[in-house]
Design a protein. Structure first.
Length: 122
């Protein structure tokens, strides 16, 4: 690439977490977040910096607490509908029940189609 040439590669935040300080921490949490990092704040930060692609990951600090993740799942489905979101499927083994992982994968496949899903071996 020559200096000053336009950069064609997309900007991607490849690993981010969203949470609130009110979420219950796991017994083995190594850190307590000092402030909220909400979905709206994250999207605003991406937009402010021109980042069009991102990967959200569940934070291990919260163990199996998933209410905020479920809210995020619903927001993600809306973003898939808008055509600018791909979903990474990974770490199903971390869920208490393999059936939950299968049900989520089926729902995502039905809703988003295979062209919007990515696999991560984690």
């Amino acid at each position: 690439m020559t200096q000053g040439a336009p950069h064609d590669a997309p900007l991607v935040d490849s690993h981010a977490h969203v949470y609130t300080t009110g979420m219950p921490l796991s017994a083995t949490a190594w850190h307590k977040p000092p402030a909220d990092a909400t979905f709206d704040q994250y999207i605003a930060t991406l937009d402010r910096h021109g980042v069009k692609h991102a990967v959200l990951a569940a934070a291990s600090l919260f163990d199996d607490y998933n209410e905020y993740s479920l809210e995020g799942f619903q927001a993600m489905m809306r973003a898939v509908d808008n055509g600018r979101t791909w979903v990474k499927l990974s770490a199903g083994y971390r869920l208490e029940s393999p059936q939950v992982a299968q049900d989520c994968a089926r729902a995502l496949l039905a809703h988003a189609g295979p062209e919007r899903l990515l696999w991560g071996s984690d």
